[in-house]
Design a protein around this ligand. Structure first.
Ligand code: ZN
Ligand code: ZN
Ligand code: ZN
Length: 269
């Protein structure tokens, strides 16, 4: 399985759209991996996760043909994960000869309801917590995120020939989610976890995580047998309010056996 990180910032982007803070200016100056757009990933050139306003730019900069993508899974209805306007462009004079005639969209009821029903050539599918969607050898399971009201925001287990935990945006994982991993003997070949707060402390209930929460979460996941030394560990979804340098973030992550995502990074799992 391959996962490509298309956008790795928090809601405002990094540098943020209108921000003149020290970190945003530093990111603009350094460029490269320090430039982060809104959250989105692509699995095996087939399954898109989230649809922010940067989607079109992601397609262009990564050579992605939007019409080939068959599946879209939405984590939650915040604008940096679901910006619906460009989904309208899948119809009539806007889109010809699409290889995937229908884009199958999955998400919580709240995410799906945000997409206008009159949009053409997309199918809208609400999924419940703990529901698994199966297609073409993949199994994708939605679990509750600690981010919005229960059931509005989800994280995903994405199972193909390997298993990935995709957990953005969320605070420290709920006990019920950890129990689910334990009871179902889930093992992850890769995990990508919310690191919005980086070095800035945030409570486990804060809706996002930083290094401190992640340190404890990794330990817990290891105790449960859900990850081990072979699991590929990435932190993702960064805010401009934390240390801006990819290099600096990497220095902290490496002490935890983890890596830092950046826009355009492809990982072979
Ligand atoms: Zn977000
Ligand atoms: Zn800033
Ligand atoms: Zn969010």
């Amino acid at each position: 399985m391959k996962i490509k990180f298309l956008g790795t910032a928090a809601a405002e982007g990094f540098p943020a759209v209108f921000c003149n803070c020290e970190y945003c200016n530093k990111a603009r100056e350094l460029g490269g991996k320090n430039i982060r757009t809104r959250s989105q990933s692509l699995i095996d050139n087939k399954i898109l996760i989230d649809f922010p306003s940067d989607t079109y730019a992601h397609f262009l900069s990564n050579g992605i043909k939007g019409h080939e993508i068959e599946y879209l899974f939405i984590t939650h209805p915040h604008a940096d994960h679901l910006s619906t306007d460009d989904l309208y462009m899948r119809q009539g004079a806007f889109a010809h000869n699409m290889k995937a005639p229908i884009l199958k969209v999955y998400g919580s009821k709240s995410s799906i309801e945000k997409i206008p029903k009159y949009y053409k050539n997309i199918s809208l599918n609400s999924i419940d917590l703990y529901e698994t969607v199966k297609f073409d050898g993949y199994e994708i399971t939605a679990l509750p995120a600690r981010h919005m009201a229960r059931g509005v925001s989800v994280i995903y287990i994405i199972k193909g020939d390997k298993t990935i935990l995709y957990a953005h945006d969320t605070g420290y994982l709920f006990d019920e989610v950890l129990d689910y991993f334990k009871n179902n003997k889930v093992y992850f070949d890769m995990i990508t976890l919310d690191c919005t707060n980086g070095v800035i402390p945030i409570t486990d209930e804060g809706g996002h995580m930083g290094f401190d929460n992640l340190k404890r979460l990794l330990k817990k996941l290891e105790e449960l047998g859900a990850i081990d030394g072979k699991t590929i560990k990435y932190f993702n979804h960064f805010s401009h309010n934390i240390n801006p340098l990819q290099e600096e973030l990497e220095k902290v992550a490496v002490t935890m056996g983890a890596k830092i995502s950046y826009d355009g990074l492809e990982v072979e799992v």
